[in-house]
Design a protein around this ligand. Structure first.
Ligand SMILES: Nc1ncnc2c1ncn2[C@@H]1O[C@H](COP(=O)(O)OP(=O)(O)OP(=O)(O)O)[C@@H](O)[C@H]1O
Ligand SMILES: [Mg+2]
Length: 373
């Protein structure tokens, strides 16, 4: 199974130049507040996907006062002994430079879909917005997941968003008497063609994801049944019809009211919608369970375990759940888990893990830490 051997971060967030060696299985990143634990997990994700999952604005990752950031990574591939070396350099205002084994990578979408030789599933405390927040958060969750599996899906999603924007501009022109309504049908065809691909991708994923969610929730939470339910602004069968029926309303508003950019999915626990009615704790556990579901889905689709990057996941859980999670992480191909408190992991778990200490953007590996590679 593929895993990350080592990562070097240069001018990334509060890291000037730091190298961290990772082991297969569980890696625990420990340090006080504001030392760089979250930044390290973000850096790993940046190296694996070519962008940061924490912000749409990559320039935030550049160390203050510097004009570029760089990450280098060595990945152990499935065939024992085989290794991939990747590097990503980024200077705000310029195109990112990615290389795999020294060869330039042209497409970021291709790279993000396993180009590094590994995939990741990340959990950051902010991710609770997937369950708690607006529909766009849930759409992004599923689109990023599917994009990590298929670059063609990523391209279709981007193209669809562009075409919807263009259609919206046209709708406003028609409203203002600058274009003829007849021109709309050409855009409808484009929107429908791309939108159908997006819908089909999501529809195929939502059922297995729901099943994986159900079993994760059972393990993490209790016997109540969890489920996902996709809610269509227009179902696949009469998408074209719905788009046509909305013409006059769309012209009036100057926006496209049906299609996958308006869809949502419900996260249900015991039949109750957690976005609307969930407690903070339920929303957090459901978010965690969704990430586990994403991991199982990637595993099912690719036959490979993604790397788990879970930030500060132990702090708000009780001891029983912490024990369950530790076991889950130990059994994964590779997981990198941050904490301020090593006590959250039992002695036996710590003995099997690699411990990485972080202080002010520097990495200290423990002498007795599991360094097996
Ligand atoms: N672009 C940047 N350049 C330099 N420093 C940055 C940059 N972005 C963030 N930082 C700083 O990096 C420090 C470490 O942040 P990080 O979020 O990794 O801490 P942490 O160890 O996860 O802390 P906590 O336990 O509180 O979550 C913070 O003080 C933050 O202000
Ligand atoms: Mg943090």
């Amino acid at each position: 199974m593929a895993y990350i051997r080592a990562l070097r971060l240069v001018n990334f967030r509060n890291y000037a130049d730091a190298t961290v060696v990772l082991a297969p299985g569980l890696n625990i990143v420990v340090g006080d507040n504001a030392q760089g634990k979250t930044n390290l997990l973000e850096g790993i994700s940046f190296a694996v996907t070519g962008s940061t999952p924490r912000t749409p604005n990559d320039s935030e990752t550049v160390r203050w006062g510097q004009d570029f950031t760089r990450a280098e990574m060595r990945v152990a591939l499935q065939d024992a002994g085989d290794e991939r070396r990747v590097a990503i350099g980024y200077a705000p205002g310029q195109k990112k430079r990615l290389t795999v084994d020294g060869a330039p990578v042209r497409s970021l979408a291709d790279y993000a879909a396993g180009g590094a030789g590994v995939r990741t599933v990340t959990f950051f405390p902010d991710d609770i917005r997937i369950v708690k927040g607006a529909p766009s958060e849930r759409r992004e969750f599923i689109d990023v997941l599917l994009s990590s599996l298929r670059p063609s899906y990523a391209r279709t999603v981007a193209e669809y968003a562009k075409v919807v924007q263009q259609r919206n501009q046209l709708l406003r022109r028609i409203r203002d008497g600058l274009s003829s309504p007849k021109t709309l049908s050409t855009w409808d065809r484009k929107v429908i063609e791309l939108g159908k691909t997006v819908l089909a991708g999501r529809a195929a994923a939502i059922e297995p994801l729901g099943a994986f969610l159900e079993s994760s929730v059972r393990a993490l939470y209790g016997p109540e049944k969890a489920a996902l339910r996709y809610s269509y602004s227009a179902p696949l069968e009469n998408y074209a019809e719905a788009l046509r029926e909305a013409h006059s309303a769309d012209i009036e508003r100057g926006t496209t009211s049906v299609g996958p950019h308006r869809d949502d999915f419900e996260v249900l626990l015991g039949g109750v919608n957690l976005t609307t009615y969930g407690s903070q704790g339920q929303q957090r556990l459901a978010t965690l369970a969704l990430k586990f579901a994403a991991r199982e889905y990637i595993r099912q689709q690719t036959g490979e375990d993604p790397i788990l990057l879970f930030d500060d996941v132990m702090s708000e859980l009780d001891e029983h759940r912490r024990g369950y999670l530790a076991g889950y992480f130990l059994e994964s191909t590779q997981s990198v888990i941050s904490t301020t408190n090593l006590e959250y992991f039992e002695d036996e778990v710590r003995r099997q893990a690699r411990i990485i200490r972080i202080a002010s953007g520097s990495v200290f590996e423990e002498a007795n830490s599991n360094a097996s590679q």
